[in-house]
Structures are given as structure tokens and as C-alpha cells.
Design a protein around this ligand. Sequence first.
Ligand code: ADP
Ligand code: ZN
Length: 293
Amino acid sequence: MFGAIEAGGTKFVCAVGTGPENILSEIRFPTTTPDETLQKCMAFFQEQSKIYTLGAIGIACFGPIDLDQKSPTYGYITSTPKPGWQNTSMVKFFQNTLQIPVAFDTDVNAAALAESCWGAGQGFDPLLYLTIGTGIGGGGIVNGSPLHGLLHPEMGHISIPHDWQADPFPGNCPFHGDCFEGLASGPAMKQRWGKPAETLPDNHPAWFLEANYIARALANLIYVVSPRRIILGGGVMQNLALFPLIHTEVQKALNQYIQSPAILENVETYIVPPALGNRAGILGALALAMSIR
Ligand code: ADP
Ligand code: ZN
């Protein structure tokens, strides 16, 4: 058996199991202070350990996080804007108390891994998974493993063309203003149009602009990573009417330069919604735990 923690900015989910069809126990609670929240996780796993032998625990975590095994702050949440959570040690806390291996990665790398094991990413490598919600984040699977480097990819903060005349909204990223996240996150849509995205009708110009921004970002990611499939999840992508708009705009942005039938002929199966829906986070944490060797 394996343990899983989806550590989110608003809620935590803990589970025990071996896959989507075999989750034996699960609990969820709101994210409060690090102390209180991590204690709740610990209480759950200590209880579960009386019934099951856990081989490892995986943590799919909001970020930014330190993934460098050689760093003194490996396993920490680092510079998050979430109050109280800066410099929180996630890995050692569980390792020391439960005495089992702990796998740790970003929520989006974990979601990409879950989709690649059990969902819409099966058989597609490299695979990209982007969430477009309160923020924009991207994870990737390359040669079967989550993509790491100096830190981890920050696909939400790439630069995309911003036509100030057509869209005078300056962007709301505290670091970069009009980066991808600053222009296209859910809160950016709300600030630009004065209403939450979910209340804007499908024929509102907001969706054409949004599809264009997402497509420009995807074109850059396609050039850099050459993914075999891209999965788009998160709150904003719950408006499925965005998908056909994005398909058209991606083809326009690439302008037939990438000569692959996946994009030229089958773009609707190239850029797709997640198959695991809102289960990708917790299943990603489980997949991380199961990938420890
Ligand atoms: P988080 O990124 O915090 O995990 P979500 O992925 O749920 O949260 O994204 C929340 C954002 O998604 C909000 O900005 C909200 O306005 C937007 N959103 C939620 N539902 C919809 C919907 N059906 N259509 C478009 N936008 C939505
Ligand atoms: Zn930014």
C-alpha cells in the first residue's frame, strides 16, 4: 500500500491505495496553518498504518518548492505567496515520523504523472499538463519521469505577445505583470472583465482573447518541449467551449511550421481535457509514491 498527499493552497487530501480503482481510505480538510494541517495528515497516516503497511508516501505540492536533493532545504515549500507557508518543511516531517520513503513533486508534475499512468497521457511522452485556474502552472513527463532542473518548470510565467491596444489590462502577476499567468489566469479574467470567468457567456470576447493567449503559450511550449500530447485542466478549462477555440488558435500560431499530423490533422486529440478530472492531484501523489524504487 502507498500513501498520498495532495497539498493544495485551499485544501489538503490524504489517501491510501494503489491506483484509481483501489483507493482504500481518503480524507480531506481545508488548508490552515502548516502545523495544524500537517498534524492532521500525520494523524491520518498513523491511523492507517495500524491497518496497512505503507511502502512510501507521495506529496503533490503547491509551490514553488525545493526539489534539489542536495539542497539543505530539499522538500521545502519555498517562496510561496501563501501566508504562513514560506519555508515549510514537508518531506522530513513525514520521513522522520513515519520512517518510510517520501516522494515529493509539484502538483502539476504529479498531475502529469497520474494522467500518464492512468489517464489521457497514456502512451504520450513527452507529455505536458497545464492547469489554468487561480494561477497557471505546467508539469511535464519526459522519458517517463517528471521534468526537473534547476528548480522545476514554471510554464505559467513565460512571455507571450500582449497587444496593449486590443487588451489594455496590464496583467496581474506580482513578479512580471503581463506574463502568461498575469494575462490568462482566472483572477486575471475576473479583473479584466469585472466578473468571474464562470459567469461570462460563451460568445463573450473574453473567451476569444483567452484562447489566443493560451494558444500563444502552447505554441512556445510546443517549440521547446515537442510534447506528444498536451492536457489542459484547472477551473478556467472547465469551460469546454475553450478547447475548439484553442485548437484553431494553436494551428494559426504555428502556421503549419510543425509538420505533424497530430497538429495539422488531429489537433482535437492533441490538446485535450484531463481524463482524471479533479482526481489528478491525489492520484498524482499516489503515482509519485509508487514510482520510488
Ligand atoms: P486553483 O487553481 O486554486 O486550484 P481552480 O483550478 O478551481 O483553482 O481555478 C479557479 C479559477 O477558475 C477561478 O478564477 C474561477 O473563476 C475559474 N473557474 C471556475 N469554474 C469555472 C468555469 N466553469 N468556467 C470558467 N472559469 C471557471
Ligand atoms: Zn509571472
